[in-house]
Design a binder for this molecule. Structure first.
Ligand code: AMP
Length: 284
């Protein structure tokens, strides 16, 4: 595995690979890698000749009162995990030089970026689309891999790629969960043992919702109420939002169908966690 820290070096390497017509799969991450990230890398390995992983804690997607400074940075551990997965290139841009001091250009997917997580985290998705567009221009992948764990992010990236004609296929990968159902996240590291138990309620509320839906309950208000009751009655959870929406425009729906996704964000202590249930995974 080759580790590259400089954008120009990375781009030059890629141009050489492109000349020899190698297919490139790309997995952008912020590091503190877990099985969720590794599942994306494994899928990229299956489908491409060359796999590039990036690790960059992107300051532009964190709000002023968010966890940018304390976000886990465990490069040695991440490097050995990438080596084990036979990643070809690990792109590790330096946090202080990746953006020019005079960086002025931003990419924003309107509307979609202001809903749900975007409402609670103003500017977050603008930061995400800006860094992903910049990384896409450096890596020039054929395919890029994103987790359905960050469902809204996946929808926004797909829209950016469509609207700006990036010649890249965006692959959405399934949510990887811990043994008990908690969606894996680098932020789970922040949770105390007690908080982790409480956090389980989030995935449990989605499992219950799925059971109702499978029993043919299609009224989104009913399902919303069930999830709300479950989470609201749990000591230690503060609901940020519960949204039952369509999976393309992310607008509220009255009746649940295959194209519905239930998005949840909650605070457990000071940690903000997200999870979701995409009905396409279990409805025809
Ligand atoms: P992050 O490092 O949090 O920016 O995540 C990098 C990529 O890994 C994103 O595309 C995430 O959606 C994906 N990811 C994070 N957690 C999971 C998970 N539990 N299952 C699947 N993908 C995940």
């Amino acid at each position: 595995m080759e580790i590259i820290k400089d954008s120009e070096n990375m781009q030059n390497k890629i141009l050489l690979l492109k000349r020899s017509s190698k297919t490139i799969g790309f997995v952008p991450t912020m590091g503190a890698l877990h099985e969720g990230h590794l599942s994306l890398i494994k899928q990229a390995k299956k489908e491409n000749q060359i796999v590039v992983v990036s690790i960059f804690v992107n300051p532009k997607q964190f709000g002023p009162n968010e966890d940018y400074n304390k976000y886990p940075r465990v490069h040695d551990q991440d490097i050995s995990l990438c080596e084990k997965e036979f990643v070809d290139f690990l792109f590790l841009p330096q946090e202080n030089t990746f953006y020019d001091t005079n960086h002025l250009t931003y990419v924003e997917v309107e509307d979609l970026s202001n809903l749900h997580c975007g409402k609670s985290r103003p500017g977050h998705f603008r930061g995400v689309t800006t860094v992903v567009a910049k990384l896409f221009n450096i890596i020039q992948p054929d395919k890029a891999y994103f987790g359905k764990k960050d469902f809204q992010q996946l929808v926004i990236i797909k829209k950016m790629v469509e609207d700006l004609s990036f010649p890249i296929e965006i692959i959405g990968c399934p949510i990887i969960r811990d043994f008990d159902g908690l969606a894996l996240s680098s932020r789970n590291k922040y949770l105390s043992n007690e908080e982790r138990k409480v956090a389980l309620k989030i995935s449990q509320s989605l499992i219950k919702a799925k059971e109702f839906i499978l029993k043919n309950e299609k009224d989104s208000q009913f399902i919303y109420n069930k999830i709300f009751e479950e989470l609201n009655s749990s000591e230690g959870i503060k609901i940020d939002y519960i949204s039952i929406v369509d999976d393309k425009l992310l607008k509220p729906v009255k009746n649940i169908s295959k194209n519905t996704v239930i998005l949840i964000a909650c605070f457990v202590g000071s940690t903000r966690l997200i999870d979701n249930l995409h009905c396409a995974d279990f409805l025809n």
